[in-house]
Write a protein that binds this ligand. Structure first.
Ligand code: HEC
Length: 391
């Protein structure tokens, strides 16, 4: 019953997280698009304007070069989308990865952490990530975009490597995404919104706003834009064991971060009119190369005759605690992803996925909780190559 309620909580949190995340990233994409599509205006007070049609209505948006001559009675702010994305995301992280640390965070074959230590490292990574980023963005280095970008990329690669040395792949990927997401929300909460508030206060008091606030706000929202695609990848990565489950998982994470960043760079350039092809070509090229590197290899020499009885008894012992109609494993309310391995026919139906999860990515059993041995994995591999027969 408890596991069933936790499943509901997880569903509702995830649903809310996706909805507010769409509202946040959607608005942020829209404003980047808007800024880059403004047309020069004859009015010297305006840095540009544009016309748009959407949902059966015509819209005319104007951007002021500095501030409007007088503050409008009502000014819309965009911040709660970001805050709620972080809040729902944090609770989801705690529910899935901290409450279920044995299942999704800790992998004893990577590092035998206690639950407390794993959670401590996870939370610590968010704080350290934010502090390092903040330090960098305030340092003299931040005046040079290219240098800052290069150093940040290097540090992110180090973070990807480091997280993959302490957590199972799945937990490492989600923490990498959570570090970036936390930095993005902190940018909104600590730099962009307070800066805007100071600007509005200055105008209300009849003073000229400090241009530093506008510059810092712009810098942070540009960073946020380039982090977006990598973060979104990590949020869906848990569905793809071939990324987080491989030996070179940290390199896959670095490659996909770079690919996502470059593709976003290209979109932003394109908004402005002219975009060289290299960012998108390099980004997509990286994905293709990665695809080849982590592709499953066929081992012809594995052909042999394995008795199904042996396979069945491995599955009974190592998998059935979770993948049965009534799982006995604490915290599992129903067969995960609807994968039932309780009859010979069902095992055969899922043979390809079973190989993917136990042999190729080693994502199953999660955290190797049921202590599956390498010999057992290789026996399953040989059974599949000899035709996955069940008699
Ligand atoms: C401790 C519980 C547990 C055990 C034991 C376990 N699994 Fe899983 N399995 C899960 C969970 C949880 C998921 C869902 C993972 C997710 O949400 O991506 C899963 C998902 C799967 C999937 C679907 C993966 C996908 O993304 O499509 C397959 C296939 C699978 N397991 C096979 C196995 C096999 C084979 C074994 C035994 C060698 C096994 N599992 C042992 C909990 C378990």
């Amino acid at each position: 019953m408890e596991a069933y309620l936790v499943d509901w909580l997880s569903l509702l949190l995830r649903w809310a997280h996706v909805v507010v995340g769409i509202a946040w990233i959607g608005a942020s994409f829209y404003f980047i698009w808007l800024d880059n599509h403004l047309e020069p205006s004859a009015d010297p007070k305006l840095s540009g304007d544009l016309w748009a049609v959407h949902g059966g209505g015509f819209y005319h948006v104007e951007k002021f070069r500095d501030a409007p001559p007088q503050m409008p009675a009502r000014l819309h702010w965009f911040k709660w989308e970001a805050y709620w994305t972080w809040i729902t995301g944090f609770f989801l992280l705690a529910l899935v990865y901290y409450a279920g640390a044995e299942l999704y965070l800790i992998d004893p074959s990577v590092m035998a952490l206690s639950k407390g230590a794993a959670i401590g490292i996870g939370l610590g990574s968010l704080v350290v990530g934010m502090a390092v980023y903040e330090g960098l963005s305030r340092s003299p280095l931040a005046r040079n975009d290219a240098a800052l970008g290069a150093v940040m990329f290097f540090l992110l690669a180090a973070a990807a490597w480091g997280l993959c040395q302490v957590f199972g792949g799945r937990g490492a990927f989600i923490h990498y995404g959570a570090v970036l997401g936390t930095i993005m929300v902190a940018n909104v909460a600590h730099i962009i919104i307070p800066g805007q508030r100071r600007m509005v206060d200055a105008l209300a008091a009849g003073r000229a706003p400090d241009p530093k606030d506008a510059v810092a706000g712009k810098q942070r929202s540009v960073h946020n834009t380039y982090f977006t695609l990598p973060v979104l990848f990590t949020m869906i990565s848990s569905h793809y064991a071939f990324t987080f489950g491989t030996r070179w998982n940290w390199l896959a994470l670095v490659a996909l971060t770079l690919a996502g960043g470059l593709i976003r760079v290209w979109f932003v350039m394109r908004h402005k009119g002219r975009a060289p092809a290299w960012p998108v070509v390099t980004g997509l090229g990286l994905i293709v190369v990665l695809g080849f590197l982590v592709a499953p290899r066929m081992e012809k020499s594995l052909q042999s005759d394995v008795k199904f009885r042996a396979v069945k008894s491995i599955i009974d012992v190592r998998c059935l605690g979770c993948h049965a109609a009534k799982p006995s494993f604490p915290g599992i309310a129903e067969a995960p992803k609807g994968i039932l391995l309780d009859t010979p026919e069902r095992i055969r139906t899922h043979a390809v996925q079973v190989r993917q999860q136990t042999v190729l990515s080693r994502a199953m059993p999660p955290g190797n909780l049921t202590a599956m041995t390498d010999e057992e994995r290789s026996l399953i591999e040989r059974w599949i190559f000899s035709g996955a027969k069940i008699d």
